[in-house]
Design a protein around this ligand. Structure first.
Ligand code: ATP
Length: 167
C-alpha cells in the first residue's frame, strides 16, 4: 500500500459527485484547483475513505445550514484538501480529543446521528501513515474546517527510461 500512487483529480471529482447525489438538498461550494495528472502517494481507497469520513461528518453535524465547501489545490510539493461546514462547530476542549478513538462530543446528541467515534481517528492515522497531515479549526455555532495535506509525488524526468532497468 505504501508505494501506491493515486491520481487525485478524478478521485476528488468522484467523491464530490457521490456527495451531491446522496445529499441533493445540500449547497456545495466546489473548487477544484488540482493540476491535471497530479499524483499522491496513497492507496486510492484510503484517500477516498478519508474524504468520505470528513464529508459524512460535515453532513451529520451541519444542523440546519445545509451547506458545505469542498476545495482542493496543488502546488509542486503539496496537495491541500479543505472540507468545511457551517454547522454545530466543536468547542475548544473537545477539539483536542476528536481524533481519539471512540471520542464523541455530545453522546446523547450524536447517538441519534449514528457512529461510534472512530471515523476521525481512522482518518488521521491513515493520512499520517502516508506522511500527510489532518488538521481542524472550528467555532461553536458557525462551523468546522478540516484540512488535509499530502505530499505530491514528483516523477524524475528520467524515470520513464530507467523504469525497467535494475539499479
Ligand atoms: P463515526 O465513527 O461513524 O465516524 P462519529 O462521527 O461520532 O462516528 P468521528 O468521525 O470520529 O466519529 O467524530 C468524533 C466526534 O467529533 C463526533 O462524534 C462529533 O461530535 C465531532 N465532529 C466530527 N466532525 C464534526 C463536524 N464536522 N462538526 C461538528 N462536530 C464534529
Amino acid at each position: 500500500y505504501l508505494k501506491q500512487t493515486t491520481e487525485v483529480k478524478p478521485l476528488f471529482i468522484q467523491v464530490y459527485n457521490d456527495f451531491k447525489m446522496l445529499h441533493p438538498d445540500f449547497v456545495i461550494n466546489f473548487d477544484d484547483d488540482i493540476k491535471e495528472g497530479s499524483l499522491v502517494q496513497i492507496y486510492r481507497n484510503h484517500l477516498e475513505q478519508v474524504l468520505v469520513i470528513l464529508l459524512d461528518n460535515a453532513f451529520k453535524y451541519s444542523a440546519d445550514r445545509k451547506e458545505i465547501s469542498l476545495s482542493a489545490s496543488t502546488n509542486s510539493a503539496l496537495l491541500e484538501v479543505v472540507v468545511q461546514d457551517y454547522g454545530l462547530g466543536i468547542a475548544k476542549n473537545d477539539l483536542k480529543r476528536i481524533f481519539n478513538r471512540f471520542y464523541r462530543v455530545d453522546k446523547a446528541r450524536s447517538r441519534k446521528r449514528g457512529g461510534n467515534g472512530l471515523g476521525l481517528s481512522i482518518a488521521k492515522r491513515l493520512i499520517e501513515i502516508y506522511h500527510g497531515s489532518l488538521e481542524v479549526e472550528s467555532v461553536v455555532g458557525s462551523g468546522t474546517v478540516f484540512k488535509i495535506e499530502l505530499p505530491i509525488v514528483t516523477i524524475e524526468p528520467d524515470d520513464e527510461k530507467t523504469k525497467d532497468t535494475k539499479k
